[in-house]
Write a protein that binds this ligand. Structure first.
Ligand code: AMP
Ligand code: MG
Length: 349
């Protein structure tokens, strides 16, 4: 299959033609990757079960890992799910934006989207290109991240093509993804609101709006156990994995810098291609290995993380050593992805 790539321009007429072309592909059950403010999504007509099934095939995604449905606005999203009063307030405050809300589904939502669950995850994205596609197509678009399963989510059209070229019909390219990490997933379908996946809409922001405590993603994951059946099925799969082993060094800043220098020196002495992921403040303190400066704060580092992991893969990294970040606000989402990428290789100093 040939994958058509169309670039969004400043010419509105041309952009509308691109959206019309994408709509045609979606109507015929095809797959279109498009940018959102979080990461690139791989879209299909959410009300067409065969089209949704193709998403799983193209990504190599386990079929019990449901898809997020994107709607053009909150009023339209209400056709898919039962919104209670609190969820209406959340939608008013955070949509369009990087918040996905899990709610009881309505009968029109196919099992192929929800993996058979009685809930559906819905989001109204803010990105102008995503908005343009949703409005011009006037469809519900099911879209997980547009990467092969297990690879870092794509933040650039090139990442999508590297993983999915020839497996999908079309990519709408527009390199203004800005958050760089996937949306916050908030479960509003049970008694206590719970964050299933942290993202750019933070626990603190949601609690301020709801005026009540919200469970953090961290508290939902048990230490171990084979029968782990998480609320967000995606949580049980290894994610965001670079090919190299990634070591995450958390805790006291000075001690962490010292340990990273020691580990990097050892790895380099063993002839291993070594990368260090660091914040701007400390990036200059490392002596061995190649340093990737992720930026000056958690927002910048989040926007750079997946790109950095892909670069490590491309350059044949064998060892990646990353600094830890403070787990508050955006830092929670950033650390959530780093912890998943590190697996068991987490050291606290
Ligand atoms: P992705 O869009 O690739 O980031 O993946 C979507 C994420 O949303 C996965 O982790 C899914 O498990 C989660 N998700 C989708 N639908 C639901 C749902 N109904 N309930 C809980 N989690 C969901
Ligand atoms: Mg994903």
């Amino acid at each position: 299959m040939k994958t058509i790539t169309e670039y969004i321009t400043t010419d509105e007429k041309k952009n509308r033609e691109i959206f019309a072309q994408a709509k045609e592909v979606l109507k015929q059950g095809g797959l279109v990757a498009f940018p959102t403010e979080t990461v690139y999504g791989l879209g299909a007509d959410a009300l067409n079960p065969d089209a949704c099934t193709r998403i799983y095939e193209a990504k190599g995604r386990p079929t019990d890992n449901p898809l997020i449905v994107h709607a053009k606005d909150a009023a339209t999203a209400k056709k898919l799910a039962e919104f209670d009063e609190k969820s209406v307030t959340l939608a008013d405050c955070f949509w369009p934006g990087p918040l996905t809300i899990v709610l009881k589904r309505k009968p029109c939502v196919p099992d192929a989207v929800t993996g058979g669950l009685d809930t559906v995850a819905v989001r109204v994205p803010a990105h102008l290109t995503a908005q343009g596609l949703l409005k011009e197509s006037d469809m519900f678009i099911a879209a997980p991240s547009a990467n092969l399963s297990g690879r870092p989510s794509p933040t650039e059209a090139e990442h999508v093509l590297a993983d999915l070229s020839g497996r999908i019909d079309m990519v709408i390219a527009d390199d203004s993804v800005n958050v760089g990490l996937e949306s916050t997933i908030l479960d509003m379908s049970s008694e206590t609101p719970a964050i299933l996946r942290p993202g750019a809409v933070t626990k603190e922001q949601i609690e301020a709006v709801l005026g009540e405590p919200v469970r953090a993603a961290k508290d939902l994951v048990p230490e171990s156990g084979d029968d782990f059946s998480p609320k967000a099925p995606g949580m049980k799969y290894r994610h965001y994995a670079p090919k190299a082993e990634l070591f995450l060094i958390c805790g006291n800043k000075d001690r962490a810098t010292g340990l990273i220098n020691t580990l990097a020196a050892e790895a380099v002495a063993m002839g291993k291609k070594t990368f260090i992921l660091a914040g701007s403040e400390t990036a200059g303190k490392y002596k061995d290995g190649e340093v990737i400066d992720l930026g000056g704060n958690a927002f910048e580092a989040s926007a750079q993380l997946f790109k950095a992991l892909r670069r490590c893969d491309e350059e044949g990294a064998q060892v990646i050593i990353s600094e830890g970040f403070e787990e508050k606000g955006m830092g929670r989402a950033l650390m959530n992805r780093l912890i998943k990428a590190a697996g068991d290789n987490i050291i606290s100093v």
